[in-house]
Design a protein around this ligand. Structure first.
Ligand SMILES: NC(=O)c1ccc[n+]([C@@H]2O[C@H](COP(=O)([O-])OP(=O)(O)OC[C@H]3O[C@@H](n4cnc5c(N)ncnc54)[C@H](O)[C@@H]3O)[C@@H](O)[C@H]2O)c1
Length: 262
């Protein structure tokens, strides 16, 4: 893919799952990556294994001070910022009527406020150089449709969807060469699914149940998602902004056949 060599990228949630795979793939294309995560040990470990000069960074996406610190780091150590991937996220499945307020607050502050702060602070630094830059927000299929047992998660990810469109329009309107797009994965086999696997007592049973909901017959891998992220970040996607890329094996395409004729 075009245009990655020597670029500077921040990947939040970079210590695990989709974020980690994205960091690996960006570095393989020549990006210098700031692997940012609240799990700083694992972020440092991830960065040390990358193909380019990269660092781990202890970032809490819900903290404005934390974002100010990482932008200072990007500017002072790497000379600016070309790519931000907002992948940090948390999810809780709850019965709506009993849902603890602390779960709601955690999902809104990490998933939505974290993405907002990331976009706001990244635009501030990216516009300084005027180079083409991109922001990717990881939403979810649940940011496009509702979910009966994940009301708070769906609300937070729906916010990320419209945050993305609005930031894309804002940047275009200001004449900044900054594109902003969102990614909407179905189930991805990462640590985020661990509580469900534990509740079911088997990862295989969980994955089989999830795969049965997906027309292509399998859950996504972090690599499926990272491939799409790299495309949207690349120069090849230079005309794409404010877009929602759905990676769901056909899950949201429509209703499955209910009855065969005859
Ligand atoms: N796994 C799925 O099925 C799935 C599906 C759709 C969307 N998503 C979204 O994809 C993104 C990545 O999830 P994943 O599947 O790779 O999960 P994951 O649990 O493997 O990784 C999430 C990472 O976010 C980090 N994190 C959590 N809170 C943070 C904070 N306050 N500040 C900084 N880092 C923080 C965690 O430490 C972890 O490393 C999330 O936004 C998630 O909502 C996941």
């Amino acid at each position: 893919m075009a245009g990655f060599d020597g670029k500077v990228a921040i990947v939040t949630g970079g210590a695990s799952g989709i974020g980690r795979e994205t960091a690996v793939r960006l570095a393989a294309e020549g990006c210098r990556v700031i692997v940012a995560d609240i799990n700083s040990d694992q972020a440092t470990e991830t960065a040390a294994a990358l193909a380019t000069n990269s660092i781990g960074f202890n970032l809490d996406v819900a903290s404005e001070q934390s974002w100010d610190d990482i932008m200072t780091c990007a500017e002072n150590i790497f000379g600016g910022l070309d790519i931000l991937v907002n992948s940090a996220g948390v999810g809780f499945a709850d019965n709506f009527e009993d849902m603890p307020l602390e779960n709601w607050n955690a999902m809104i502050s990490v998933n939505l406020t974290g993405s907002f702060l990331g976009c706001q602070k990244a635009v501030g630094l990216m516009k300084k150089t005027g180079n083409p830059a991109t922001i990717i927000n990881i939403s979810s299929v649940m940011g496009l449709v509702g979910g009966e047992d994940i009301v708070g998660y769906s609300a937070s990810k729906g916010g990320v969807t419209l945050l993305t469109r609005s930031v894309a329009l804002y940047c275009a309107g200001k004449g900044y060469s900054i594109r902003c797009n969102s990614i909407h994965p179905t189930y991805v086999d990462t640590a985020m699914l661990n509580p469900i696997a534990e509740a079911l007592g088997s990862r295989e049973v969980m994955l089989a149940g999830m795969a049965a909901e997906i027309p292509l017959g399998r859950v996504a891998t972090p690599s499926d998602i990272a491939t799409a992220i790299l495309f949207l970040c690349s120069a090849d996607a230079g005309m794409i902004t404010g877009h929602q890329m759905v990676i769901d094996g056909g899950q949201l395409a429509g209703l499955p056949a209910q009855h065969s004729p005859g």
